[in-house]
Design a protein around this ligand. Structure first.
Ligand SMILES: *Cc1c(COP(=O)(O)O)cnc(C)c1O
Length: 365
């Protein structure tokens, strides 16, 4: 059961809403992360008052004191989930409780206040209530929801901020693969790691992403679209991509994915795919996987498919994994069969085209 939110949201409607025509134009070709709906949610927090001032307000710039600690010490966390429109017009979120719980874990690691699940879920409901027309209806489109919390206290001292603010913004998202799902090549970073033992790798925080941008540029230089990080201790085991988890499919149809070591982000998509594969009676092994095992396996056929997963792209097939002095797989390899069938199984649930045996969907409007 989900508790009801104990704080009331005030609603200040935008006086500057986009016209139906402008919105339709945007929704016809939304891209990703470039357009935003008419409203946003804000909730403030302070040591004295706890969470307060919950509100739906017009989307617009924040006014921040230049000394607030998010700008200096990156005390920030975020989430990413989607609102899906079903054929009957209703709007649904996929496992938002999992995002709420993860955001609480991220908050704890970054010494930010955890937002209770009920308030997290209510914040999303409130935003959809005013901006539900921003949820597109074309196939594979969605309204991407981005909750985030920042340390907003004006103070340059290095300690956990005593003031923070939580926001939710919403961005219509087009189909991730408008021309059909295309496999990508992945570059294994030799020098850079994403997350250290005891670091913030398991938390969804902006700092992890800023540390991944330079290695990502390195991947581009090698003709790859994403970077794959190895563990920071031995540089031997696969961890994950900059923003997606990794799966391998063996030729016997079993799956293999790096175990959660504390430096890997626990993806909701990862967890859901493990469940769906197990529902199909497949073996899913979560363990440490060496890069060498993947190099050998992708070239001798023991590993038949590879894919990355996350909320934005759901599943991205991987055709080849490259690094200094090696290539595993082939650039012209097609998307794997199981890769694509898992992608379909998950998106069918998300878009209401299939039953929801695990009760993953939550109606928003
Ligand atoms: C968000 C994220 C993922 C994917 O998580 P989902 O819940 O499946 O979207 C994977 N890795 C990193 C580093 C992430 O930030």
């Amino acid at each position: 059961m989900t508790a009801t939110a104990s704080i009331e949201f005030s609603v200040t409607p935008s006086t500057n809403r986009r016209s139906e025509e402008d919105r339709a134009k945007i929704l016809a070709n939304p891209g990703f992360g470039v357009n935003f709906s008419d409203h946003m949610v804000g909730i403030d927090w302070s040591v004295d008052l706890g969470w307060h001032n919950a509100r739906v307000q017009p989307y617009g710039p924040l006014s921040l004191d230049p000394a607030c600690s998010v700008l200096h010490y990156a005390q920030e966390i975020f989430e990413g989930l989607k609102a899906y429109r079903h054929a009957d017009g209703s709007v649904w979120a996929f496992r938002p409780q999992a995002n709420a719980a993860r955001m609480q874990r991220s908050a704890e690691r970054l010494a930010l206040p955890p937002l209770p699940e009920a308030e997290f879920l209510e914040s999303i409901r409130q935003l959809i209530m005013v901006d539900k027309d921003w949820v597109p209806s074309a196939p594979e489109t969605s309204l991407y929801l981005r909750p985030f919390t920042i340390a907003s206290e004006r103070f340059l001292g290095v300690r956990a901020a005593q003031k923070a603010s939580y926001y939710v913004i919403a961005s219509p998202a087009g189909a991730y693969f408008p021309k059909g799902v295309a496999p990508v090549s992945i570059w294994v970073s030799e020098h850079y790691t994403r997350a250290a033992r005891g670091g913030t790798g398991a938390a969804k925080c902006g700092g992890n992403y800023s540390a991944s941008l330079l290695p990502q540029q390195e991947a581009y230089k090698h003709g790859c679209s994403q970077v794959l990080f190895l563990d920071a201790v031995d540089g031997t085991y696969l961890e994950e991509l900059g923003g997606m988890n990794l799966f391998l499919v063996r030729k016997d149809g079993s799956l293999l994915t790096p175990s959660l070591t504390g430096s890997i982000l626990e993806g909701v998509t990862r967890d859901s795919l493990i469940q769906l594969a197990k529902d199909q009676g497949r073996v899913v092994e979560e363990r440490q996987i060496t890069l060498e095992e993947v190099q050998v396996g992708m070239n001798n056929g023991e590993i038949a498919e590879a894919f990355a997963c996350g909320t934005a792209a759901v599943i991205t097939p991987i055709c080849s994994i490259k690094g200094k002095g090696f290539v595993a797989g082939r650039d012209d390899a097609p998307a794997g069969e199981l890769t694509m069938s898992l992608r379909k199984a998950l998106t069918d649930i998300q878009y209401g085209r299939a039953g929801d045996p695990h009760g993953w969907m939550m109606r928003l409007a």
